[in-house]
Design a binder for this molecule. Structure first.
Ligand SMILES: Cc1cc2nc3c(=O)[nH]c(=O)nc-3n(C[C@H](O)[C@H](O)[C@H](O)COP(=O)(O)O)c2cc1C
Length: 197
């Protein structure tokens, strides 16, 4: 069984929901499974150490997850138009993987959530692609043949899947956002399976 790593950070739960929708799309492709992982919080106090295992939810990613998986879906909430620090912190620790080419030639997709409609979804997604390109990953987006890209009144972009969570983080994932997240997972898994064959 080939596996795709769905690696996300989520503080309030919106990106976590998107991660699970993408995982469902991945698992739609026969012979491909999703491996869902998260990253620990980072602290401004350097001496504070997170527990090695979270109390609930997805396990923390280990470097071997990147080696063992044939593709990557990377998700983060927008933080001032950029990815959140815990995910950036994890990526900044990938020097050895970068020099070994662990991710080179593998496909990747990105996903995000913002509080507001024009709060920086696309720029966050593009900023998340940049380190993946440095690692030699092949970035997969969403084509406009997905009808929901034309009809959505909230999230969903050609650069990746997104959700608009509202300023109180209380907006449910819309049908269009869910279908596009599912489509992105399925597309990523289809490409990964072909590349790994
Ligand atoms: C420090 C901080 C910065 C944020 N910056 C933005 C922003 O630039 N644009 C935006 O629309 N939302 C912004 N948000 C809101 C989150 O991106 C949004 O609530 C997201 O859906 C949370 O995802 P989560 O539920 O997975 O944690 C920010 C939130 C925090 C705490």
């Amino acid at each position: 069984m080939k596996e795709i790593l769905v690696l996300y950070y989520s503080h309030y739960g919106a990106v976590k929901q998107m991660a699970h929708l993408i995982a469902r799309g991945i698992e739609q492709v026969p012979g491909v499974a999703a491996r869902i992982r998260t990253v620990p919080e980072v602290s401004a106090v350097c001496e504070t150490i997170e527990k090695g295992v979270p109390d609930s939810g997805a396990p923390y990613a280990e470097f071997k997850d990147l080696e063992e998986c044939c593709g990557l879906a990377l998700g983060s909430p927008t933080r001032f138009g950029n990815m959140a620090a815990p995910l950036k912190h994890f990526i900044d620790g990938l020097g050895p993987e970068w020099s070994r080419g662990t991710l080179a030639g593998k496909p990747a997709a990105v996903f995000s959530s913002t509080a507001t409609m024009h709060g920086g979804q696309e720029v966050t997604l593009v900023s998340m692609m940049v380190p993946l390109l440095h690692h030699g990953m092949l970035v997969v987006g969403l084509p406009y043949t997905e009808p929901e890209l034309n009809s959505t009144r909230s999230g969903g972009t050609p650069y990746g899947a997104t959700h608009v969570s509202g300023t109180a983080n209380d907006r449910p994932v819309s049908d269009e956002e869910a279908k596009l997240a599912f489509a992105l997972g399925k597309r990523l898994a289809t490409v990964a399976k072909k590349l790994a064959a």
